[in-house]
Design a binder for this molecule. Structure first.
Ligand code: NAP
Length: 293
């Protein structure tokens, strides 16, 4: 198949940027793929791993003549990055990003987007607890969802091109409004991460012997939480600071549900526990049926 773009530029080349680079190269989605990152050390690693044709540290220079620019930095850096690269974005280019939060990223990036540049935010629902360029692998997006959140007054053709790019990276694509994206992801991703960070933090706060026993006997439940709680601290700090309203809303709901369970346990109401655990088991089965487990 013919390349979709002449030049693809990735700003940030960690887990997500590197995975896009590897898969886009494998699928021949762009004739040239370049990247730029903040630190020379990361650029050196990206070049050593041959993730892209060239990776440097001049963010703006990398975007020169690019037809598609994807910002793959932590959410909190997106606005500053947009400001830096804006002067080099060519007219007609598509500017996209992969942040786990949409409304705040749009708020921070949009004011810098030059007229004639099509801004199409997107978010691949795929990741691991690893970060950095060595963590990337081309199969990351295969069979996973990618959510495209076009702006209401944005260019429909550009949005469809971004959607097609993600399909060719192996994803299934869904279009969504940015505020709805933030609410949905608040439940399915941000809240679980917050819970995992809390549980592992609680265990870590335990004193002496009890703490070492927790680590020693970490079985299924706790072990699974430690994987999630090993996720990148910068990325997740930015997610919570930038999806504050949706996270606080769902956290309020969650606390009520937790009190309900606390009460059921206190009063020996096994039927309430059994009813909930049966419902939640069905959700896991539905996920397996949808090949999303
Ligand atoms: P990562 O592995 O930590 O990589 C981040 C990249 O951004 C690095 O190249 C880093 O550069 C660069 N960067 C950081 N701050 C920067 C700044 N101020 N200016 C320029 N470059 C900067 O992160 P990731 O997991 O790929 O995540 C990237 C984005 O994807 C985040 O917005 C995240 O919300 C989103 N996302 C992540 C996942 C996931 O599970 N990881 C899933 C979906 C979406 P240096 O190394 O040079 O400092």
């Amino acid at each position: 198949m013919a390349p979709m773009f002449d030049k693809l530029a990735l700003i940030g080349i960690g887990l997500i940027g590197a995975s896009i680079a590897l898969k886009a190269r494998r699928e021949g989605l762009a004739r040239r793929i370049v990247a730029a990152t903040r630190r020379q050390e990361t650029a050196d690693t990206a070049n050593k791993l041959k993730l892209v044709d060239h990776c440097g540290t001049d963010l703006a220079a990398a975007c020169e003549d690019a037809d598609l620019v994807i910002v793959c930095t932590p959410v909190g850096a997106c606005g500053e990055v947009a400001k830096i690269i804006a002067p080099k974005l060519k007219s007609g280019a598509i500017l996209s990003e992969v942040g786990s939060v949409k409304q705040a990223v749009i708020r921070d990036m949009q004011p810098h987007v030059p007229a004639g540049v099509h801004f199409v935010p997107a978010h691949p629902i795929a990741g691991t607890e690893h970060s950095g360029p060595e963590a990337g692998f081309p199969e990351l997006f295969e069979g996973r969802w990618a959510i495209v959140t076009p702006l209401p007054d944005g260019d429909g053709v550009a949005a469809e091109k971004v959607a097609e790019f993600w399909r060719r990276l192996g994803s299934m694509v869904e279009f969504m409004a940015p505020d709805w994206h933030d609410k949905v992801l608040g439940i399915v991703s941000h809240l679980p991460h917050l819970i995992a960070y809390t549980i592992v933090g609680t265990a870590d706060d335990m004193a002496g012997e009890r703490r070492s026993e927790v680590i020693k006997f970490a079985a299924g439940g706790f072990r699974d939480f430690t994987r999630i709680a090993a996720s990148d601290p910068t990325m997740w700090r930015d997610v919570f600071l930038n999806n504050r309203d949706a996270v606080l809303e769902i956290l309020g709901r969650f606390q009520e549900d937790l009190f309900y369970l606390q009460r059921a346990i206190r009063w020996g109401e096994g039927d309430k526990l059994f009813e909930l655990f049966t419902r939640t088991r069905a959700i896991r089965r539905a996920l397996i049926d949808m090949k999303q487990a």
